[in-house]
Write a new protein. Sequence first.
Length: 335
Amino acid sequence: AETWESVPLAPPDAIYKLTYAYKDDTYPQKVNLGVGAYRDDNNKPWILPVVKKATERLLQDPNLDHEYLPITGLPEFTSAGARLVLGPDSPALLEGRVSSVQTISGTGANHLGALFLSRFYQWEEGVQKVAYVSDPTWVNHFQIFRGVGIELKTYPYYDPATIGLAFEKYLAFLKAAPRRSVFVMHACAHNPTGVDPTREQWTQIADVVLERAHYVFFDCAYQGFASGDLDNDAWAVREFVKRGAPLLICQSFAKNAGLYGERVGALHIIPPDGERAQSAGARSASGLFEEWKVDIKTMAERIIAMRKELHRLLTEELKTPGNWDHIVNQIGMFR
Ligand code: PMP
């Protein structure tokens, strides 16, 4: 037993602590701003109609067994995931350059992606491995990367003065970072700021990434959930792929399919042009794709409508001093 005495107790999870405090609170107009999960008009979790339908179909499927899947997961799922984020006519897919693995949601994808880089990225010999995340970022990035021996440093991202993107500083940092640095970027609906680069800014970010031969670790946890349109939200990822930047994508279906507890995710690794994928690689809701897109739109449009209404209440109704435009300019559930 003594052998284990030095194992520290993990610190309590701040977000879940808040959730329990919320549950215990008896105040009738309480609002939970802790965990990032979609709620409907009754403040209840929303089971997507398409998910309900798919679940019913699955339960009636006589071929459904609980056998082992291949090591890299259900191939129909991982390839559909890759098509979803990269687009069906992606050059990387057509050239067979994508390696995909099913993961324990986006968190598992982040972990596996970080582990993959820790083990196989061409790090500078004899120097501490370092990757860069936005300041601020999803807090779990820190434990995940440090857990696999990669130190995380931050790059400028959020500018409190403008409540927007610190774009010039961000770009200057990208330019000044050592060649072949690893940058973690949120594909859309940045957590926790809700601030995304514009397409024009993404293009300039891609220019520098290619110039400096950086590696992009895309964390894609909100595809479709931001604008209501899956293709629109994948624009940045597809632009980088089109331009031949080496990258990986962590994909989560927690938000856009409302499958928070099911842990459905994938990791997609895309080497630069000319390097073929060799290996490394959920149950399908086939035929229901169009219905899913409608459900995603429902969620995104409600979030956008809530932002508009909050903005209207603060400005027109309450005449609150100050500028509140960031509430409608920012994207997704945060800030
Ligand atoms: N990355 C980001 C930026 C996130 O916001 C989240 C969800 N909070 C995830 C990854 C992973 O979430 P999950 O493991 O639930 O898919």
